[in-house]
Design a protein. Sequence first.
Length: 188
Amino acid sequence: MAEPEPEKEDDALLVVRCQLGERQAFTGLVRAWHGPLWRYLRATTGGDGVADDLAQETWIGVLRGLPKLREPERFAPWLFTIARRALADHLRRGRAAPFGSVDLADAPGAPVDPGDFPGDVLDRLEVHAGLADLPPAEREVLVLFHLADLPTAGCADVLGVPAGTVKSRLFRARRMLRDILTERGHDR
């Protein structure tokens, strides 16, 4: 079952409550946004352990920066900007290749025989494998928009590009992903 999309007004209220010192409000932000944040980091790094470490680093950055956040309603783009910086720092330290390839065969619970799994699971695995073959800019915009559920404007804020650029990258990335999956014979 998909996680409910966090609401902008609720985030802003939680941010203000955090700024006033309420610990439970921070727990609410983590509950609302940890899933989308982790999916973004997992898809961009290709590893669960790396995603866990970067998510923790991101939440520490959020905790430190929250008192200075002047626009509480812009929490989500701010969160993903911190995550993106943590990812860039991680890559700069030389711990991983940028947007490392996802090897689904080594992933815990990865299928041994695709025929053993229902179509929706296989489709998800196919899409994740296709994402690994996209260039970094296209992969990141797809992950932010579809996996992290950020709106176009939020993606633009995180990526530091105009909303029109996000739309054109999304169009190009979807086409590229479709071509990759079709080339592999997954044209369902």
